[in-house]
Design a protein. Structure first.
Length: 210
């Protein structure tokens, strides 16, 4: 058990294997795996599942940064801060930006497969605003897209400079690094704010619109 839970890769594999076991059990109850896999909505379900997993990792790390790391850093003694800035933060940022990419990619493909992409991006205009769920999911998609853009084109480039990740910016002054760090923090906080209505829209598109 220690070998399984003591290794992240092994734990991840175990999680997916358990999900497979649950799927097989469900298939036995529901009349057979072949019928389920060949059904029209199966791959859309798989994509939605991966979309949700990616989003949990992305938003979970966003909340970690905003609830834990950002407020705690000023309290850490200067001699201990490199443990966070040189090791923990770069690793967290790797998962942060790639989970954001996975979330938006699976979300866009899912919208296309389910046939609501155009309605969503136009906020329901193409359906005459007669389907409130399309407007809600569209607002959520646009908010998520803004957040993804902030991650890849604002937060990540500024954090690279603020933390001198992979020693790519060794010549920046302390004040320059602080400026980049503050920009990254403000856009991370922006994403934190946007995440709340974004999640409201994503959940509401299904449950509020019936």
């Amino acid at each position: 058990m220690a070998a399984l839970l003591g290794n992240l890769r092994n734990s991840l594999i175990a999680g997916f294997l358990l999900a497979l076991v649950v799927f097989v059990l469900y298939g036995l109850i529901a009349g057979g795996l072949t019928a389920i896999v060949s059904s029209q909505g199966f791959w859309a379900f798989v994509l939605r599942w991966l979309h949700v997993l990616s989003a949990i990792l992305w938003i979970g790390l966003l909340y970690y940064f905003n609830f834990v790391q950002i407020p705690t850093m000023p309290k850490i003694p200067d001699e201990q801060k490199p443990a966070v800035s040189k090791f923990i933060a770069p690793e967290a940022l790797w998962y942060f930006r790639w989970s954001a990419m996975a979330t938006i990619a699976t979300g866009l493909i899912l919208a296309g497969l389910n046939g609501y992409f155009l309605d969503a991006v136009t906020l329901g205009a193409t359906s005459g605003f007669n389907v409130p769920g399309n407007t809600l999911i569209g607002i959520g998609m646009w908010l998520g897209t803004i957040m993804w853009f902030n991650v890849w084109f604002v937060i990540w480039p500024n954090q690279q400079r603020a933390l001198n990740i992979e020693n790519r910016f060794p010549d920046l002054t302390k004040d320059q690094k602080a400026g980049h760090g503050r920009t990254a923090m403000l856009f991370s906080r922006t994403n934190f704010v946007l995440s709340i209505p974004m999640l409201f829209c994503m959940v509401g598109a299904t449950h509020l619109s019936g």
